[in-house]
Design a protein around this ligand. Structure first.
Ligand code: ADP
Ligand code: MG
Length: 442
């Protein structure tokens, strides 16, 4: 995505987050002129607008850009010059295109300050804090495991941000295990790239690898990761890992990695209790600068007992609803929110489990399942995966599409509908799906 594309997407997101009037008055006439050295320069049509944006919208613009690019950029609002802006060469575009190296790619909005602590995440939080105090020595690696949307990624970035604040020169690299895998595969295809790859990951001071369950079954990547890990560990560099389950429960993960991963500190995060859910909702509302009645927080927290991501999603839904129904108080709107039954506490089933078990059930290759093939043999299991992911996890359609090899959300929607219709019409099919569904939790 180039900077125009990035800004277009950012504006689309900001349009939802801000009021219609302020969007039209302040944001709609802006342009992203450069993205360099951690700064996003945004040109504005007047000084008044630039000042207003700086004062009121810096945080939200920053968060939106971070979410979009995975890199924290500090927004700088400038007044539009009459002379045309010099065009930028791609090499000047910074970390978005050259990735990693000396700069960190942390999400600046995930900090310790806005991580709410309760009984369910206390242990992981304490371990994370102690790692920031003595990186590389006390708990190495630190592995945090928990179900989807319970704060693993947040806590991991909080460590990164805290270390960065204390040691601005530290080389910190955040890397989803999937990215590590993909980059490794690309690097081995192009011989010279492999030494660059090795150097990139072995020269960091702090390595954050998210969702290591993704390494399951990928032998060559595991070998490379093992070596990277050892290199860092021996030079007392801190490694933080997250996983959707305890490493011992990750199938097809080499024993030596399981033992390395469990060799430091292993901390889990459990689903939040009611009090913590309320506290988190209040924190999220504060971040968005909205105040809501205590009753609203209580109703939301009581009804959404699954992941924190879900909780946040429901709050967003409520806020969107209040924008379109400005005359109805939120306490009334919250009652109209359609909270589907699956939003009441059901343990989250890892995406990986659903994929693996469905492939085994239908005897299809995982590669084929996420691939482009359109034969009936793969289309049916693929649609069943879509259906199960919708039923058993809280992933939005977009993310289900991502899991299934980057498919469009409308394709996913169609797939789910197809399966639902068949379930309604064919008792034998219903039985089959229900058996498969039970297998996921066993
Ligand atoms: P995971 O990586 O475990 O799937 P994330 O770290 O992405 O989950 O968290 C999902 C969302 O919930 C994020 O927006 C995060 O900020 C929020 N969140 C999770 N735990 C907390 C917490 N204890 N306090 C505040 N926000 C939290
Ligand atoms: Mg995560």
């Amino acid at each position: 995505m180039d900077k125009d594309g990035i800004w277009k997407n950012a504006l689309a997101a900001l349009e939802i987050e801000t009021s219609k009037a302020s969007f039209a008055a302040f944001l709609s006439k802006t342009k992203l002129t450069s993205l360099t050295k951690g700064e996003a320069v945004i040109s504005c049509p007047s000084l008044l607008i630039a000042e207003r944006l700086k004062k009121r919208y810096s945080e939200i613009v920053k968060k939106t850009l971070t979410d979009l690019t995975g890199t924290p950029y500090r927004p700088v609002f400038e007044v539009n010059q009459t002379t045309p802006f010099p065009s930028l060469k791609t090499t000047e575009l910074g970390p978005l295109f050259t990735k990693g190296h000396n700069r960190s790619n942390l999400f600046s909005s995930y900090t310790f300050e806005n991580f709410v602590v309760g009984p369910s995440n206390q242990l992981a939080h304490a371990a994370a804090l102690s790692v920031t105090e003595q990186p590389g020595t006390l708990h190495n690696p630190l592995l945090i495991h928990a179900g989807v949307g319970l704060g693993k990624t947040h806590l991991m970035h909080a460590i990164g941000n805290a270390v960065k604040e204390r040691e601005p020169e530290a080389k910190i690299c955040y890397c989803p295990a999937e990215t590590f895998t993909n980059e490794f595969i690309e690097a081995i295809q192009e011989r010279r790239a492999i030494s660059r790859f090795k150097k990139k990951y072995r020269s960091v001071d702090l390595l954050l690898v998210d969702d290591i369950q993704f390494l399951a079954g990928r032998e060559a990547t595991q070998e490379e990761f093992f070596n990277t890990f050892n290199g860092l560990y021996l030079s007392k560099k801190q490694v933080i890992l997250t996983s959707d389950r305890h490493p011992q429960e990750i199938r097809k993960l080499e024993a030596r990695l399981v033992s390395r991963f469990s060799g430091g500190m292993v901390a889990d995060i459990q689903p939040p209790d009611l009090d913590l859910r309320i506290a988190i909702l209040k924190q999220k509302a504060k971040e968005r600068k909205v105040s809501l009645d205590d009753q609203v927080f209580l109703t939301l927290a009581e009804q959404v007992a699954g992941s924190i991501r879900q909780l946040e999603g429901t709050l967003t839904q409520l806020l969107l609803l209040s924008q379109t129904h400005q005359n109805t108080p939120p306490e009334k709107l919250v009652e109209t929110l359609a909270l589907s039954p699956k939003q009441t506490a059901s343990p989250m089933i890892p995406t990986e489990t659903i994929l693996t078990k469905t492939c085994r059930f239908f005897r299809v290759d995982r590669e084929a399942l996420v691939g482009r093939g359109r034969e009936r043999k793969v289309v049916l299991p693929r649609q069943v995966v879509m259906y199960l992911l919708r039923e058993l996890t809280d992933l939005p359609l977009e993310e289900i599409g991502e899991v299934l090899g980057g498919r469009d959300h409308s394709t996913i929607f169609h797939g789910i509908r197809t399966i639902e219709e068949r379930i309604n019409k064919e008792p034998s099919f219903r039985q089959k799906i229900s058996t498969l569904k039970q297998q996921q939790t066993s």
